[in-house]
Design a protein around this ligand. Sequence first.
Ligand SMILES: NC(=O)c1ccc[n+]([C@@H]2O[C@H](COP(=O)([O-])OP(=O)(O)OC[C@H]3O[C@@H](n4cnc5c(N)ncnc54)[C@H](OP(=O)(O)O)[C@@H]3O)[C@@H](O)[C@H]2O)c1
Length: 364
Amino acid sequence: MVFTLRWGIVATGGIAELFVKDLLYDPALRGVSDVAHLPVAVASRSVEKATAFIKSFIPEPIAANVKPYGTYADLYANPDVDCVYIATPASSHYENALEAIRAGKNVLCEKPFTVNAAQAKHLKFEAEKHNVFLMEAVWTRFFPLSKEFTHLIHEEKIIGDIHRIYSDFSVFFDPVKDVRMYSAATAGGALLDLGVYMNVWTLLTCYRHPDNNRAPPDIIKAVMFKSPISPDIDESTSVITVWKKPKIMCVGTVSMMTDSPADCVIRVQGSKGEVILPIHGSRPEKIIVRLKAGGMGERVYPFPIPGQGLFYEADAVARDIRDGKKFDENYPLEESVFAMELMDEVRAQNDLKFPSEIEVVEDY
Ligand SMILES: NC(=O)c1ccc[n+]([C@@H]2O[C@H](COP(=O)([O-])OP(=O)(O)OC[C@H]3O[C@@H](n4cnc5c(N)ncnc54)[C@H](OP(=O)(O)O)[C@@H]3O)[C@@H](O)[C@H]2O)c1
């Protein structure tokens, strides 16, 4: 029997549009037959925007049964919503997720999970207290490619002992003051927004290395360029992490001043060869394995993504909720908290602080 998860969409920006379109993408086209998705409510800070969003992006006859709301809280009160998808700017994730959890809703919250690790820990605590499902929407973790990447490097050990990983996620943004990426008020900046993808591959390679046992790195050294027009955000940040037990050095880098090179954004080097992912680190569609002499030469593993690819994480959430799980095993809350701790350390080393009102954490 197909389990259909009923979604409430919170906010009507760019990623909410892509997500709702992917929810409506026929699951059979990605070989899925056990779960399906149905948007049943859309909330915005204005009911007119919610209504326009439904009209623009959800076809009839489904649209006729999707309720528009002019406040996020009204959507959380709708008993027909099984899971809330939060697609507001990072500065609002903590407040929005907290309210949804306290209303008893399961939550999928866009990346970056929160502004700091303290907020992430508190959300985890509240989700456990209210017995609801909670996950950070790091969609890349749910691609079939990501599963194969992990299998190749850790189970098949195709490149032997891993020595080094280079992980880049850079996207050029016009430096315009007060737009989301260049605004500290909405927790913009390269590290928090783009760093999530730099971390996806570092965490899969190092944090999830069988010899590392999900321990933090032994050394973290980070440098950044702050923006001349918005000094409370970083335009480029590079992070070296050293993981002594598996003996891997990681060079991670993010930038809004330049794009990543198209041919290689992730390079994992081992004793027998290397694994390369071409652009983009958020949505790669092939794995390239190059082995040293005597190996198999170059092998390409294609993973074409139908639609945008946000449905893979939505499928995982649907299965988790169907099965009564409160977190996802592939990307558990501990790992979101750890990723936020890593970013806290990088910001601390570079004295980068967001406005105190968005860093706030309730006592609990
Ligand atoms: N997974 C991915 O591939 C991906 C891609 C892009 C972005 N993201 C993440 O998704 C989140 C949203 O990004 P986006 O690109 O969709 O942003 P966006 O286009 O600016 O949309 C954000 C929406 O949040 C609502 N909102 C609530 N408080 C707001 C405030 N103070 N300022 C501005 N908008 C506010 C607005 O909707 P209403 O007016 O309707 O309330 C707005 O349309 C970010 O955390 C971002 O990192 C993820």
